[in-house]
Design a protein around this ligand. Structure first.
Ligand code: NAD
Length: 328
């Protein structure tokens, strides 16, 4: 199929996140936003009025008129909606996690390959400005620690916190550590929902790297910290405040003009601190832009369906360990 220079897009599910997709498509080049569909037609019509776009009352009408759709429905519905969209010849940007089970994710990949359609998964942290300074080709983590904490919200309690929040850090982790996982130890509890609301996982890799991931959706405050330790370097990434700080162990004292700060020193060893100047930008605009660019140039999106599948495979291993622990 050859495209006109502009890709016709639609958004399916315009609750909390879908509205942002509608809003940000307006900032992406080469796009015509055709409209939205939501099973809650009141929600669809309210978005239609706010953004002056069409609210479709019939799902098939939207997907038949679009080249691509964002799927922002609850995770438990991703498979059914995504399959219908792919079968209607649409490229899809599916919110994270790709699906709530592995068989369905594999089936979506199979269909997308048969129909030659792109699936991008909405692991938006990959586009977070705080990550932009990290040199992925030149990183060798030995230890990683992440904390992703959020106050309780009934939205997304259709899945455990591991699939809802920890999945972001699992995806980043798999992208940083170029080694297979050798062992996972995990624990978690259900507090306010009937799913796991707090979880911790220790993920060990064959190359010796260890990651300690904590996620909670019953916290009083939000926190999204990701700390990467290498032999001579510690990088502190704050996904919430879009900042990145580094501490480097060096044999040389920085000169007086240097903006770097000596945190501690001992004989010929210096721990030198610096904070990256990060250019602010909207991660969702970049994510949508990557989706449209992948369609126009027929290339792999930054976060593919295979990445989405790899992330849920690890998430289910974590959940298995939690369940084993809880059933002891
Ligand atoms: P939400 O409940 O606010 O919105 C979901 C919307 O989908 C609702 O308006 C609902 O009426 C509609 N819907 C439900 N089933 C539908 C169907 N079959 N067809 C069409 N519409 C349907 O949920 P949300 O917080 O916006 O989350 C949606 C998805 O986005 C989830 O998968 C969630 O994990 C993901 N999410 C991702 C991030 C991120 O950081 N990338 C953040 C929040 C949510």
């Amino acid at each position: 199929m050859t495209y006109s220079p502009k890709i016709k897009v639609g958004v399916i599910g315009v609750g909390h996140l879908g509205k942002f997709h509608v809003q940000q498509y307006h900032n992406v080049d080469n796009v015509i936003c055709m409209g939205v569909f939501d099973i809650n037609s009141k929600e669809a019509h309210s978005v239609s009025e706010t953004y002056n776009i069409k609210a479709y009352d019939v799902f098939e009408d939207l997907v038949n008129e679009c080249d691509a759709v964002s799927i922002c429905t609850p995770t438990s519905t991703h498979y059914v909606v995504a399959k219908q969209a792919l079968l209607s010849d649409c490229h899809i940007l599916i919110e994270k996690p790709i699906t709530d089970n592995i068989v369905e994710a594999e089936d979506l990949i199979k269909i997308s390959n048969e129909y030659n359609k792109i699936i991008q998964v909405g692991h938006i942290e990959r586009f977070n400005p705080a990550l932009s300074e990290l040199n992925l080709d030149n990183i060798n983590p030995t230890f990683i620690e992440s904390h992703r904490l959020s106050p309780f919200n009934i939205r997304a309690t259709d899945v455990d916190v591991v699939l809802d929040l920890m999945i972001h850090d699992i995806d980043i982790l798999l992208n940083l550590v170029k080694s297979d996982i050798s062992n996972i130890v995990a624990s978690g509890v259900s507090v306010l929902s009937n799913k796991i609301d707090m979880a911790n996982a220790r993920i060990e890799f064959i190359n010796g790297c260890v990651a300690n991931l904590t996620a909670s959706r019953i916290s009083q405050k939000q926190l999204r910290k990701f700390r990467v330790f290498e032999n001579n370097k510690y990088t502190n990434i704050d996904f919430l405040h879009h900042s990145q700080e580094t501490y480097i162990l060096d044999k040389h004292k920085p000169n007086k003009q240097s903006p770097h700060v000596i945190v501690s020193e001992n004989q010929d060893k210096y721990i030198i601190y610096s904070k990256s100047k990060i250019k602010p930008y909207n991660a969702l605009t970049l994510e949508l832009d990557n989706f449209i660019d992948s369609i126009l140039n027929q290339k792999k999106p930054l976060v593919s369906a295979y990445d989405g599948l790899a992330a849920i495979e690890v998430a289910f291993k974590v959940l298995k360990q939690i369940n084993l622990n809880n059933n002891k």
